[in-house]
Design a protein around this ligand. Structure first.
Ligand code: NAD
Ligand code: AHE
Ligand code: ZN
Ligand code: ZN
Length: 374
């Protein structure tokens, strides 16, 4: 049966710096190779706030933000074979086509099949499925999960176990997978390694979980907000440090604490000065620093090249290096098997109408993750 257009509620970002507005949006049926998904829940990630702030060079308005969702397939377009109506899915801002140069390389999760149109807020055919009064509204990161219904390419959906609560596993659509994946997949932390994790939001705390699962010896958690330390310790941090308590650069404090520096560090904030500290707290000869945080337009990182000449390594990761369709379902299975918890992260839940509160709580440092229930 051919699907019809649906009118539903969505939070629209009309312009940078303005609160989201709940609107009635027309969602077109999925075209060939596309899938329409009923969103059940969506986390709010700092990247949503980053783009809304106007700092994102790819930010485009009006758009429907949100990229950390969980939902149920409502309709499929022609030729879709890997998911069917009723399947539970997690939208992927890093898709997996399995056939582009990047997918075939075996070296990266950064599938580029639809990256160009995705970055322009459009579906792969160059048009949007969202409109209000006939005017197009842009997609965001290929996901737009702040809408009751959204449309994605089939290659941007991970089909997951139906018994997993979408209100929790939606966090695997970005934050938790990113932090855990950065530690286990990108850095490949080994038992006994020392790690420093800068920024204890959803990403940094997931990196703490990843480090604990990897049996890291020392897990140093750093934040300027002391209220983050209790959960960090509960999740496995061995030391919690607030840079404001010291009158010298935090990298010097960490180097002294660890007899020369850590084996791995992770920047989970998006602050280019902290990125420098994260590199420079790594051990001479082998320490590796992984950039996860997203920095604003025009910002650049710097350090003395000598830091790299003497063996420190700077790298970065998107979505924890995880290939969404082939690897994310297994993260859901590991969660179901009790290997890690997601409920610890969900400090607030709210309905779509209250979505701006989620942004306020994040900016006030009061939340880890707010999850919108549709
Ligand atoms: P968040 O706002 O929940 O957490 C950020 C934390 O950093 C807060 O606890 C805050 O107190 C702390 N912080 C701020 N300034 C600090 C400083 N100078 N020193 C120490 N701590 C400081 O954010 P989040 O959702 O966890 O996201 C973190 C970053 O990761 C953002 O930049 C986001 O855009 C990025 N991100 C990247 C990826 C990726 O794939 N690379 C995925 C998700 C998020
Ligand atoms: N659009 C920004 C970059 C934003 C960015 O780096 N996004 C990350 C995911 S953050 C999720 O919370 C990512 O996946 N990057 C890889 C990619 O291809 O976008 C800019 O600076 O232009
Ligand atoms: Zn995110
Ligand atoms: Zn690909």
């Amino acid at each position: 049966m051919t699907a019809e257009a649906i009118t539903c509620r969505a939070a629209v970002a009309w312009a940078a710096g303005e609160p989201l507005k709940i609107e009635q949006v027309l969602v077109a049926p999925p075209k060939a190779g596309e899938v329409r998904v009923k969103i059940i829940a969506s986390g709010v990630c700092h990247t949503d706030a980053f783009t809304l702030s106007g700092d994102d060079p790819e930010g485009i308005f009006p758009a429907i933000l949100g990229h950390e969702g969980g939902g149920i397939v409502e309709a499929v377009g022609e030729g879709v074979t890997s998911v069917a109506v009723g399947d539970h899915v997690i939208p992927l801002y890093t898709p997996e086509c399995g056939e582009c140069k990047f997918c075939l390389s075996g070296k990266t999760n950064l599938c580029q099949k639809i990256r160009e149109t995705q970055g322009k807020g459009l579906m792969p055919d160059g048009t949007s499925r969202f409109s209000i009064n006939g005017e197009p509204i842009y997609h965001y990161m290929g996901c737009s999960t702040f809408s009751e219904y959204t449309v994605l390419p089939e290659i941007a959906l991970a089909k997951v176990n139906k018994t997993a609560p979408l209100e929790e596993v939606c966090l695997l659509g970005c934050g938790v997978t990113t932090g855990m994946g950065a530690v286990m997949n990108t850095a490949k932390v080994q038992p006994g390694d020392s790690v420093a994790i800068f920024g204890l939001g959803g990403i940094g705390l997931s990196a703490v979980i990843g480090a604990a699962m990897a049996k890291a010896g020392r897990i140093i958690a750093i934040d300027i907000n002391d209220s983050k330390f209790e959960l960090a310790k509960q999740l496995g941090a061995t030391d919690c440090i607030n840079p404001k308590d010291y009158d010298k650069p935090i990298q010097e404090v960490i180097v002294e604490l660890t007899d020369g520096g850590v084996d791995y560090s992770f920047e989970c904030i998006g602050n280019v000065d902290v990125m420098r500290s994260a590199l420079e707290c790594c051990h001479k000869g082998w320490g590796e620093s992984v950039i996860i945080g997203v920095a604003g337009a025009g910002q650049e990182i710097s350090t003395r090249p000598f830091q790299l000449v003497t063996g420190r390594v700077w790298r970065g990761t998107a979505f924890g290096g995880v290939k969404g369709r082939s690897e994310l379902p297994d993260y859901v299975e590991r969660y179901l098997a009790g290997e890690f918890k997601l409920s610890d992260f969900i400090t607030h839940t709210m309905e779509l109408d209250a979505i701006n509160e989620a942004f306020d709580l994040m900016h006030e440092g009061k939340s880890i993750r707010s999850v919108i229930h549709f």
